[in-house]
Design a protein around this ligand. Structure first.
Ligand SMILES: Nc1nc2c(c(=O)[nH]1)N[C@H]1C(S)=C(S)[C@@H](COP(=O)(O)OP(=O)(O)OC[C@H]3O[C@@H](n4cnc5c(=O)[nH]c(N)nc54)[C@H](O)[C@@H]3O)O[C@H]1N2
Ligand SMILES: Nc1nc2c(c(=O)[nH]1)N[C@H]1C(S)=C(S)[C@@H](COP(=O)(O)OP(=O)(O)OC[C@H]3O[C@@H](n4cnc5c(=O)[nH]c(N)nc54)[C@H](O)[C@@H]3O)O[C@H]1N2
Ligand SMILES: [Mo]
Length: 763
């Protein structure tokens, strides 16, 4: 039977869960920005950049991938977008002199926060094994050495990684360079993130990306909000959510943790609210499933919708189901055969709760399904997306106004990188057109994604790694094992803005290539350059930087990629790397030539207010699936963790983000919205603490429950009582990446199961 948590909440013998009394926006968010501002010592011009942030003709925030509305607020940025800009525009510099003072072995003992606090990288640097230090080098030296190595090794044993920040122009060139050179080993940060969407959503509706646009928020009557934390990870979504709520839209949240952003919000853009402190309650219904309980929970909701159809009729959209869907009968038979007791046991919700959500769903004319990492980062993540889509299909909630599925993307251009060819799968890139346009011969076998690359590194099969941003050896599962293997890679190259832990596992030859951030002026032969990015709603925007670069030695990502490609590849007049480097409009012309339908009139349209929409067939109910229809899914298992209750480890660990970090970039130690200070913590249900004889602030170790012989443990974690279901524990990424086994991942897409890790607690 599901555990009734209301008893816990009223039981005053239990420790009081941590929490935050203030609202999400409002003055608290202002203070959060100011703290990072003080610590990061930004350039005084940062205020001007913030005023232009996310507006036409301005600079597009490099933090999350939320939309940039056509009619922006006076200050169209959030607490965490401001932090990202302030962080990028620090006046602190990590020069060769600074690096001369610390060996790499010493730096490896520093925290992630302290490493990045050294400031912006200013010079190209080479790792010198003898002194165990990074030392200054010239660009010429770096390019010559890197190109020499690449020309000497088997391209199929090299890897070009992209973290989701790099804009469309450098990403397109990077993918083209890889294919011309001879490989498709193009892992992307999205392999750890929304790859589940790229594969799982594609399977069921034929689209690897969401079907919603910003206007849908003005027309929906209900939003099912599953496994995403808007207050921290996409705060600007709170504006349309707030407006929707004020219009009468019902928000139904599914999240094991009570997340402040989903509970209430004060809009810092509305001065009246700021002064009188009026808060909008966001979620009307807040359900706390077990980690991995969503397949069962959403199936329970659907089961009730089917029951309502039987009892009342007129609930299902029969025309839509007949014309547009495949697999309904089989799926219905499976739902009928799945007992409520199983759905309750696995989801952790009561039948009454699932029925309540079912009634909201059935009464709403248009429903949006919004989701994030709580759905994607599971062993059955793709099936979890399938379960959400099953529910949406019942009433034709895909492909019409105010309805649809909306994955909230991570990095600011992570979706766009896929659009312009960053993929290890040949069928996802138009190779025929690439052949015809550029006279190259792209390989036709599948390359490495992040998982395959880690496995290749562990097997000692990698000859060279180039990272266009990111902190890959810190972000992956089984982090210490993978990091140790990196040191054996013959050459590692990092295009980066700040020092991070991956740089401290230098390969036998290793280079740091410092680049501009998006807010900085990018001057090339033809003048100051723009770049462009794509958001979660498939809208593409131009972005221009106007701050002075942190150092005169910085190159843009585009210049670095183009120069390297030019040095590595044999001359080919169809690949004018130097001209591309000199004028990014020519790169956009090339992108337009490859994808004319999506990018027609690119140059002119990217600067229009709200950017331009590249279209999505599923939004028009054109289903590019195997059957040509939207597909009902019967999941491989009811429990998305793939674990068995009562048999596997007693606790399921969720690793997630605090309000003071952007992935592995740690701005500070305070998780304001959860009322938690410090990062080495484990959040636990008060009743579980009592059952285990633990008190707040006790120190414990988490140990992964696995039988593969690897000892995965993290010690010194402070116990924090928190409002989450019994049996669930939570803590911060990347400190807990030690605990995630590499071989636990979404079965369809390889996305690591960073949520629902089986763990034990030891004193
Ligand atoms: N400020 C800031 N913004 C960011 C980032 C950042 O680090 N900082 N990172 C960016 C990136 S790359 C990404 S991908 C996104 C990530 O944004 P999110 O998708 O919000 O990612 P997480 O912080 O991992 O939080 C996942 C949420 O899912 C919940 N959850 C965990 N397990 C389950 C489950 O089994 N079921 C359900 N229903 N919920 C669950 C957690 O409690 C948490 O609220 O944010 C992007 N934006
Ligand atoms: N346990 C656990 N692990 C996770 C996750 C989780 O929820 N739990 N989430 C996963 C997810 S969703 C993601 S997306 C990955 C993130 O993985 P990555 O994208 O690889 O990591 P980031 O922390 O975003 O990378 C930060 C580094 O990027 C560099 N950088 C910053 N800005 C720029 C720039 O403008 N240009 C260039 N060239 N470099 C720049 C800086 O050097 C900085 O140190 O982590 C994954 N790992
Ligand atoms: Mo992500």
């Amino acid at each position: 039977m599901p555990h009734d948590r209301t008893d816990d909440r009223t039981d005053d013998r239990l420790p009081e869960p941590a929490g935050y009394d203030g609202p999400v926006g409002g003055w608290g968010s202002m203070r959060g920005m100011a703290q990072v501002g003080r610590a990061a010592h930004p350039d005084p011009g940062v205020a001007i950049t913030l005023a232009r942030q996310n507006k036409p003709g301005g600079y597009m925030c490099s933090s999350c991938a939320w939309a940039k509305p056509p009619n922006p607020h006076p200050a169209e940025f959030c607490e965490n977008g401001a932090k990202a800009t302030i962080w990028d525009l620090t006046t602190e510099t990590c020069t060769p002199e600074v690096m001369a003072r610390h060996s790499v072995t010493e730096l490896a003992t520093w925290s992630d926060h302290d490493l990045e606090m050294l400031g912006r990288l200013t010079h190209p640097m080479r790792y010198d094994a003898e002194s165990d230090r990074y030392v200054a080098a010239s660009w010429d030296e770096a390019i010559t050495a890197i190109a020499g190595h690449l020309r000497a090794v088997d391209p199929k044993k090299t890897c070009f990684y992209v973290s989701g920040k790099a804009a469309l122009e450098p990403s397109f060139l990077f993918g083209l360079f890889a294919r011309a050179y001879g490989h498709m080993n193009l892992p992307d940060s999205s392999n750890m993130c929304h790859e589940t969407t790229s594969v799982g959503l594609k399977q069921v509706i034929g689209s690897p990306v969401g079907t919603c646009v910003l206007e849908d928020f003005e027309h929906c009557d209900a939003i099912f909000y599953v496994g995403q934390n808007p207050g921290t990870n996409s705060p600007r979504i709170l504006h349309p959510l707030q407006k929707a709520v004020e219009r009468g839209c019902t928000i139904v949240a599914f999240n094991p943790l009570r997340e402040k952003g989903l509970l209430e919000f004060t809009n810092p853009q509305r001065p009246v609210q700021m002064t009188i402190g009026r808060r909008t309650q966001i979620a009307d219904l807040y359900f706390q499933p077990h980690p991995g309980g969503d397949i069962a929970a959403l199936t329970g909701v659907a089961k009730h919708v089917l029951a309502m159809e039987r009892d009342e009729g007129g609930i299902l959209d029969h025309d839509f189901l007949r014309e547009h869907c495949h697999g309904l009968e089989d799926w219905m038979a499976w739902v009928e055969a799945t007992p409520w007791a199983d759905l309750e046991e696995v989801s952790g919700l009561s039948r009454a709760q699932m029925e309540e959500a079912g009634r909201v769903y059935a009464r709403a004319k248009a429903v949006m399904g919004i989701y994030g990492m709580g759905l994607t980062q599971h062993v059955h993540g793709s099936d979890s997306i399938g379960a959400l889509v099953n529910l949406m299909l019942l009433r034709g909630n895909i492909g019409r106004k105010g309805a649809g599925v909306s994955p909230v993307r991570g990095h600011s251009n992570v979706q766009g990188q896929r659009t312009v060819g960053i993929t290890e799968k040949p069928e996802l890139a138009p190779h025929d057109r690439l052949r015809a346009l550029f006279d190259i011969d792209p390989p036709e076998e599948v390359g490495w994604n992040t998982l395959a690359f880690c496995q290749a590194a562990l097997a000692g099969e990698v000859e060279a790694y180039i990272g266009l941003g990111g902190n890959l050896a810190r972000a992956v599962p089984d982090q210490p094992r993978v990091m140790a293997a990196w040191r054996d890679i013959p050459m590692t190259v990092h295009v980066a803005t700040r020092l991070n832990r991956t740089h401290l596992a230098p390969g036998r030859q290793s280079w740091l290539l410092p680049c501009l951030v998006r807010a900085e002026t990018d001057l090339q032969d033809s003048g100051s350059q723009q770049v462009s990015v794509e958001d979660s709603f498939s809208h593409i925007y131009g972005s221009i930087g106007r701050r002075d670069p942190a150092s005169p030695h910085l190159w843009s990502e585009t210049a670095i990629v183009a120069t390297l490609a030019d040095a590595v590849l044999d001359p080919n007049p169809r690949l004018p790397w130097r001209a591309w480097r000199g004028n990014y409009a020519l790169i956009r012309k090339a992108i337009e030539a490859v994808w004319p339908d999506e990018f027609g009139n690119y140059e002119a349209r990217m600067n229009q207010p709200g950017g331009f929409y590249r279209g999505n067939p599923a939004r028009e109910r054109d289903w590019q699936t195997e059957t040509g229809k939207a597909q009902f899914t019967i999941p491989a298992g009811l429990d998305a963790t793939g674990l068995a209750r009562g048999v596997d480890a007693p606790f399921r660990l969720i690793t997630l983000r605090s309000n003071d970090q952007f992935n592995t970039t740690i701005y500070g130690m305070s998780d304001r919205l959860r009322g938690i200070e410090g990062r080495m913590v484990v959040m636990m249900a008060p009743a579980d603490m009592v059952a285990a004889g633990l008190k707040p602030d006790d120190l414990v170790a988490l140990v992964t429950d696995s039988d593969d012989g690897v000892d995965r443990r993290v010690q010194g974690l402070r116990v924090v009582p928190y409002d989450l279901p019994r049996g669930a524990v939570a803590g911060y990424y990347p400190e807990l990446n030690v605990l995630a086994p590499l071989d636990r991942h979404d079965l369809a897409s390889g996305t690591p199961a960073y949520k629902g890790i089986p763990v034990r607690i030891e004193a």
